[in-house]
Design a binder for this molecule. Structure first.
Ligand SMILES: Cc1ncc(C[n+]2csc(CCOP(=O)(O)OP(=O)(O)O)c2C)c(N)n1
Length: 297
């Protein structure tokens, strides 16, 4: 089980180069910075055609997969090759967007998880295809306005619910699965440190708000991420060998209404639509609490 690790315990060495082409307030770059500091010199990372190559100006070796759907296959190949060379010290680590994870990369993710390949897959979840202009993904929250689900006479934003990817990965019974948030770096660092030496498939999905796609002031990325955790829109939990544990329990969940309306992508939603999301959040949080400390299924 992971334990939160204070920021002060983090290695001072930086791998991410300050000058990069991230948008202002990019939370994905916070993810890349933390992952590279925790995994350190031993990291060889996988990127695909996400925003990652723009914000992840990292000085560790990278193998960049042009093939957007190919992260799982590429990481499998590299993990096995390093293993064959006796280089078990090298951590094959993906820093991959939600489109490259929950949609286009899903078959490779599931196949790698099923084969328990030796890799750490970190999904920075900005809830859309941001690199190509903010199109919806299966990780987009219901009712969000995106460039392919605009709000207008015939559309109320995204029609479908967010895909429950952490649970889907968890049911593969992989050695480690967790959710994390850029607003809770100590929890995130603890999870990375726990996952780092584990052999086999490890997965962390990190909430990484995107001011460009979500339409809020870039200075508030961490605040937005924090409110999502405090409202239950983004619960923090982990599944270790099939056992679930909530890693941060707000005393009482904040109502989702103000949290949603502070993001431009939800500015249009009606009270009924807010109630629908609130109902789903309450139901999921209830289920997590029931399962806390026991098996995921
Ligand atoms: C098979 C395939 N489909 C579509 C694209 C076009 N494409 C490149 S980047 C991208 C969006 C990536 O979204 P995501 O994985 O969520 O990462 P983000 O851009 O948000 O960092 C898309 C659709 C592609 N390169 N390959």
């Amino acid at each position: 089980m992971s334990k939160p690790v204070p920021l002060s315990k983090l290695d001072e060495k930086e791998f991410i180069v300050p000058a990069n082409s991230a948008c202002q307030g990019c939370a994905g770059s916070i993810v890349a910075r933390i992952v590279s500091k925790v995994i350190g010199e031993d990291m060889v990372r996988q990127e695909v055609a996400c925003c990652g190559p723009a914000f992840g100006n990292i000085t560790q070796p990278v193998f960049y997969g042009e093939v957007f759907e190919g992260a799982g296959a590429m990481m499998t190949g590299f993990a096995r090759a390093f293993n064959r060379l006796g280089r078990d010290d090298i951590r094959v680590t993906g820093i991959i967007g939600d489109g490259g994870t929950t949609d286009i990369g899903f078959q490779g993710l599931s196949a790698s998880a099923e084969r328990n390949e030796d890799m750490l897959w970190v999904c920075y979840d900005n809830e859309a295809y941001m690199n190509t202009g903010g199109q919806r993904s299966s990780a987009t929250t219901k009712f969000a306005a995106t460039t392919t689900t605009p709000v207008g006479e015939f559309s109320r934003g995204k029609k479908e619910r967010k895909k429950p990817l952490p649970i889907l990965v968890g049911v593969h019974r992989v050695p480690y699965m967790a959710t994390a948030s850029v607003a809770y770096p100590e929890d995130f660092i603890g999870k990375l440190q726990y996952a780092k030496p584990v052999k086999g498939f490890r997965f962390i999905q990190v909430s990484a708000p995107c001011p460009t796609g979500w339409n809020y002031d870039p200075r508030y990325s961490v605040k937005v991420a924090k409110e999502m955790v405090l409202s239950g829109l983004w619960p923090l939990y982990e599944v270790v060998e099939g056992a679930l544990r909530i890693t941060y329990k707000p005393k009482e969940l904040k109502p989702v209404k103000d949290v949603l309306r502070s993001q431009g992508r939800f500015r249009h939603i009606t009270d009924e639509e807010v109630d629908e999301i609130q109902g789903e959040v309450d139901e999921f949080w209830g289920r997590l609490q029931e399962k806390d400390g026991g098996p995921l299924f």
